[in-house]
Write a protein that binds this ligand. Structure first.
Ligand code: KMH
Ligand code: ZN
Length: 280
């Protein structure tokens, strides 16, 4: 059986994650998507100032092509660390179609957190493939470098796999869990879906919600109300409100921080979160 989570935030404390780059969104869709290490660091610093404790990180080639190369991650991470204090969570999902080994470049750069996608899912017209043996292998690689995994759950079956990995100890009990809702073709970004998934957790994990498109801010508000944590940013949503492009991810972080405060939650800093992540 899984142990109780050994470290925790107070109930009112809230972590905002900013997903500032992504792999699929482009400057043709929103000119504020950062590509270079310096652009990424500038946006990370704006998001930290607005209240983000975690930066969920993808990286790009100079022309915007998604890459998972360790060199590109290293350049971005060094630039971010020179500008602001944030917990860096590297993507091990990369872009649809990348092979598993290619996706793990960020793990060479000593990140504090890394994503663990807990199964295959429709991803618009594509399929984001995460075969179970690969999920287990990535989990072990994240554990080897001592990073905190964030279990990405797009579907109910992913939650069952996540629970099995926790029960088996393949994933440590202090893992975070994120419900990714509203990806076209996968579970919808609806209150009923989120409430059901939470009811199935059965253990005291910290959880967040990353909802796609117009659902991002309403589901962020719901996460704040239900004791979870919001992820916002251009990776998942390009608009601040209907018809108005967000001028980067920072305005979305600002809005998430307002939603949190309006619901009695306290937005915590990276330093505070780090203390929780590294507690014995
Ligand atoms: N780009 C998506 C296919 C992650 O970062 O771990 C996968 C993704 C998940 O973004
Ligand atoms: Zn991602």
């Amino acid at each position: 059986m899984a142990e109780e989570a050994s470290m925790s935030l107070a109930d009112d404390e809230l972590v905002i994650t900013a997903a500032i780059v992504g792999a699929e969104v482009t400057r043709a869709q929103n000119p504020h998507v950062p590509y270079s290490a310096e652009e990424i660091a500038t946006e990370a610093a704006r998001c930290a100032d607005a209240g983000a404790a975690v930066i969920h990180l993808h990286v790009r080639e100079p022309d915007g092509t998604p890459t998972q190369s360790a060199a590109a991650f290293q350049a971005a991470i060094e630039a971010i660390r020179a500008r602001c204090d944030v917990v860096i969570q590297v993507s091990t999902g990369g872009a649809v179609g990348m092979d598993v080994e290619e996706r793990l470049g960020g793990l060479a750069c000593a990140p504090e957190m890394a994503t663990l996608n807990c199964g295959s899912t429709n991803f618009g017209d594509a399929v984001f493939v995460n075969a179970v043996p690969d999920v287990r292998q990535i989990a072990r690689r994240i554990a080897q470098i001592g990073a905190t995994p964030e279990l990405e759950v797009y579907e109910v079956g992913h939650l069952d796999l996540a629970m099995s990995l926790l029960d088996e100890g393949v994933v440590a009990s202090h893992a975070w869990l994120q419900f990714v809702l509203g990806v076209p073709g996968a579970a919808g970004a609806r209150e009923s879906v989120l409430r059901f998934m939470i009811s199935e957790l059965g253990r005291p994990l910290h959880w967040s919600v990353a909802a796609v498109g117009r659902h991002q801010l309403p589901m962020a508000a719901l996460a704040c109300e239900l004791g979870g944590h919001p992820r916002v940013g251009l990776e998942d949503n390009l608009f601040l409100r209907r018809g108005v492009l967000a001028e980067g991810s920072a305005p979305l972080v600002e809005r998430a921080a307002e939603l949190a405060r309006e619901r009695g939650r306290q937005v915590v800093s990276a330093g505070h979160l780090r203390g929780v992540l590294t507690a014995p």
